[in-house]
Design a protein around this ligand. Sequence first.
Ligand code: SF4
Length: 613
Amino acid sequence: MNLSLKLKNLPVSPGVYLMKDAKHKVIYVGKAKNLKNRVKSYFQKGTDGRLYTEFLVRRVADIDFVLTETEKEALILENNFIKQFKPRFNINLRDDKNFLSIKLEIKKRFPYPKVVRQIEDDGSMYFGPYASASAVRETLRYINDTIPIRKCKDTAFKNRTKPCLYYQIHKCLGPCCDLIDEASYKSLTEQVILILKGKQEDLLDILRNQMYEESEHLRYEKAAKLRDRIRSIEETVEKQRINSLTFVDRDIFGYYIMNDEIYIEVMFIRSGNMEDVASYRLAMNHTTLEEVFRSFLNQFYSQTRFIPSEVIIPVNSPDASLLEEWLTERKGKKVSVLCPQRGDKLRLIEMAQKNAMNAYKVSQTSDNNYAHTLQALKNTIGLKNLPERIECFDISNIFGKQAVGSMVTFEGGKTDKSNYKRFRIKTVGHIDDYAMMHEVLLRRYKKAVEEGDLPDLVMVDGGKGQLGVALKVFEELAISNVDLIALSKDRGKKGISGEKQGEQVHAPHIPDPILLPPSSPIHLFLAKIRDEAHRFAITYHRKLRDKEYYRSPLDEIPGIGIIRKKALIKCFGSIEGIRNATLRQLKEIGKLPEKQANDVYQHFHKEHTENKI
Ligand code: SF4
């Protein structure tokens, strides 16, 4: 059906429309309460105030639509399509910020606060989100210092036969060895919850009462410990309290527009305390501020994140009431989306606006430096392209075992984690770094050529040898328009004054490597990328290696699953303990049924039994 026919037959129903260009690529996704009115408005002059209509309409060759029952369903579907197609004319929130939360598994007997990335509906309590790892670390450090709650992970906890050092220094009361009863531990958990909710004043009341009670009963040592805890909390309360209006959880948004870019700042207020901030930089895409916010907020809250009771925004979003309804449904409690015009809430918006402007200023400084560095890199090495998008490779293995390759991507000077890749080496079983690099590069660029997804610059960790391998792959795949370099350490050599020298860049078109002084911006920039590739490869390698290490001889025995394995190790202390156990001990102490006890015993005494036979 051609476009004008489709436009004539648009349904009067809520739904989502997908605008496509001549190559059938989705270039814009939108949602509407009435598809007919909404889509037609794009094609009628003067009916739609949004500037981008013209840009869009000129490129639209086809429109598809999906009907939904309600406008809310359309909103959710719109988000999903934006994530899936990444259309050029939509605001595309690439939220690669690693939001962290603190999880407390309150259903367990002895819970402890742990850091997680995902919020699940599993009956646990979650606190946050924290945009920076340092904010989480600081909160945990404070809790662990203040409350003698358990610090160890589940595996260590289950296998302890005596308490660890934390017990000796009174930072944990030793639940691993039943040195504290469940009820007393529960009161510690409640204290942690009060801190995480920012209700330190309530906690102080509880602790003061406990302190008076202890001193009344002449338990002065316990009273003194409580006094110290009270003092430490009092200090933090003083520092933390900001100009909160109430103890409500709020997300406050501000923005700053410059040169068709918008900087959006979010301040996360939890129980009246400013917990964290996050900044986003997006292209305006010729659209209106209201549309930017509408799309941004929908995408922002479509991700798994904590939903506060109040969302305070600086512009009226056309979807505010829809968003309110959707968030209320997800939270299971009333959520208000407000655009204040006066009063204290407006002051909070002004604070977020100031932060957004500051984010712009900071980005300008780093952008200028970054633009200089890129240009200098291009000129110094004589590259064909300005290296806006760089892919860097590293190989990690120990004596050829568990060999892995990593690829990290830097776009616009920043890590683009959504385009990181890991490769488990498949075809090389021995130590041969060159062959491994060849396999990784071939796998990556065969696909990249097919998908037309090539970067401006490829960098490999290593010297002339690695560069030769990369060049061979480029020749095999007929890639000619991508720059290629290798970065190697200038090992051992020292400068005239004895200072350590930097690194060497090798490139196919330069006969001798170029030496980069350690403090040069180009060196710092390239080394940062190479180190990131190295870190990424090592992390993956460790993961695989740990999997291997955690293999146990018990895995080979049929009928011994994870629960029995853990129970046996807990009972006999180690694999060695199980090996030394008699058949009777396996049955009586290990509580194994006859057959499993026999299998375990036979497994560890195979040789012995076979020799006897
Ligand atoms: S004392 Fe026990 S429960 Fe506490 S941190 Fe140490 S091992 Fe964990």
